[in-house]
Design a protein around this ligand. Structure first.
Ligand code: E4P
Length: 263
């Protein structure tokens, strides 16, 4: 994607940044699993992406050091307003070590997607991940991208059958929509379990990126059932660490600090 020398340098810097970030994550995990080597850790470490097009929301949470990617969709971009490509550039410039930034393509056919990919491909950053729906035209596009080393995210996945097709097309990520399954009286986490088991059994490299996650319980279930990554709206990210018991306990501890004689 792109042959501009400045962009190539930027890409090299970003790749180096990503390697450093991965090294840091592995080192953190190695402290609790010293028996595992880095290669295995790379496969095992669960990842969190943020599901938002609001750069302020990313900014507020990025320094936790636990977010490695961002997913967006047209609804999220419309909510914040502005141009999709400018937003992508702003995110990459501010967070150059980002591992994956999913950007949804506009169109119905492979040709539409090929046309629209130019908008984002020319950004020339390795995190740019092209998001297309699980349709026959989407799959044709994904196969083309896989043949050319371009990362893709197959979105709007609601069945294991769709995940099979995405895996065989060489998608980088498959996005089962957990919350929307639940909204329609189907189990989203069971879908994640089925896809993860199926990919593992057949050695499919496509990563399971559980999406449409609105509560912390479903997030941990998805990871337990084999999702590689969970993409969380900022509100769900906050629900993950928030606990009323932590808040109450903290209030007691803070009062006790106040009552202590000063040193
Ligand atoms: C992620 O890729 C999706 O765009 C997102 O998670 C959809 O979430 P929603 O079902 O809450 O809109």
């Amino acid at each position: 994607m792109g042959s501009n020398p400045t962009l190539s340098v930027r890409r090299g810097v970003a790749q180096f940044g990503r390697a450093l970030a991965l090294g840091a994550r592995c080192r953190r995990f190695k402290s609790c699993r010293p028996d595992l080597d880095y290669i295995i850790l790379q496969q095992l470490i669960m990842q969190i992406f943020l599901d938002t097009a609001d750069i302020n929301e990313i900014r507020k949470r990025w320094d936790t050091g636990i977010i490695t990617g961002v997913t967006t969709n047209p609804t999220l971009v419309r909510k914040v307003g502005g141009n999709y490509r400018d937003l992508a550039i702003a995110i990459i410039e501010e967070f150059p070590e980002i591992e994956s930034l999913s950007l949804e393509l506009n169109g119905q056919t492979k040709e539409d997607f090929m046309r629209d990919m130019g908008e984002f491909a020319c950004i020339g950053h390795p995190s740019v991940t092209l998001k297309v729906p699980c349709t026959v035209e989407g799959l044709k596009f994904v196969t083309h991208c896989a043949d050319n080393g371009v990362p893709t995210n197959v979105t709007l996945c609601f069945s294991a059958a769709q995940a099979v097709m995405a895996g065989l097309s060489g998608a980088t990520y498959i996005s089962p929509f957990v919350g929307r399954m639940n909204d329609n009286s189907m189990s989203g986490v069971e879908l994640v379990r089925a896809i993860s088991g199926l990919y593992r059994q057949h050695g499919v490299a496509t990563k399971v990126l559980a999406a449409s996650l609105r509560d912390a319980h479903h997030v941990s279930r998805c990871l337990l059932y084999g999702a590689d990554i969970v993409t969380l709206p900022p509100s769900t990210f906050d629900k993950m660490y928030n606990s009323v018991l932590t808040r109450e306990g903290l209030e007691i501890f803070n009062n006790d600090f106040k009552e202590m004689p000063s040193q």
